[in-house]
Design a protein around this ligand. Structure first.
Ligand code: ZN
Length: 222
């Protein structure tokens, strides 16, 4: 299992300096069907590696997937973010003792305020759902899966995805629906995802996954 180091970071919002976790090199042993990486060893260690992909300031809760050093926020942006973070219900409840998924939620809130693309916001929520699963926080796992589906649907509608991103996003809408118990819906999206692949050799792995998960959804729907 790779070590998670801590490096000094300055918050681009409030200038607070703190030590943020950064994952070193680590090995994975395949992926679950919702593409969650599997790590050897304890689930919580894997959760920590995924968590280290998002940085959250412990003082003001500003969070992002990007490196804080490369972020430059305008005064207007900063003001908008301040208001959003102050008013957010979940942050108000959990700020004092952060849950493992809180940084993802904060990054989602900040991403919305900074008008980040829906595909990326969906990815954040998907990662949050992986952390929840590894930490056995099942109600929150479903909450984040549902949010990921909504963002992915918006991305498919509005962001002109193509190639691998289009196929993977379409597949994930199916797989997350299956996990949420919407088996018929899942089957439709697996079919849509299969259509986007059209003999692309580099996506043969996804084609196999679609076949495997469709079979599972059919059994579950019966
Ligand atoms: Zn801060």
């Amino acid at each position: 299992m790779g070590k998670v180091r801590r490096v000094y970071t300055r918050c681009p919002m409030c200038r607070y300096v703190f030590r943020a976790p950064r994952a070193g090199t680590y090995v994975t042993v395949g992926r679950e069907p919702d593409l969650c990486p599997k790590f050897p060893g304890r689930q919580v260690d894997g959760s920590r590696v995924i968590q280290s992909e998002v940085t959250m300031c412990p003082a003001c809760s500003f969070a992002a997937r990007e490196d804080f050093d490369g972020l430059d926020l305008s005064p207007t942006e900063r003001h908008g973010l301040e208001e959003r973070l102050k008013d957010d219900g979940l942050l108000r409840v959990f700020r004092a003792s952060p849950t493992p998924w809180l940084a993802f939620h904060a990054a989602e809130v900040c991403g919305q305020e900074r008008a980040a693309p829906s595909r990326g916001l969906g990815d954040l929520c998907l990662r949050a759902s992986w952390v929840c699963r590894k930490e056995k926080e099942h109600p929150f796992e479903s909450t984040f899966q549902l949010r990921a589906v909504r963002y992915f649907l918006r991305a498919l509608e509005e962001e002109g995805l193509h190639g691998r991103e289009l196929s993977v996003t379409t597949y994930l809408v199916g797989e997350l629906n299956r996990r949420l118990g919407n088996h018929r819906e899942a089957l439709n999206w697996y079919v849509n995802a299969g259509r986007t692949i059209e003999g692309d050799e580099s996506l043969a792995w996804l084609d196999r996954l679609i076949t495997q998960q469709s079979k599972l959804a059919k059994e579950q729907a019966a």
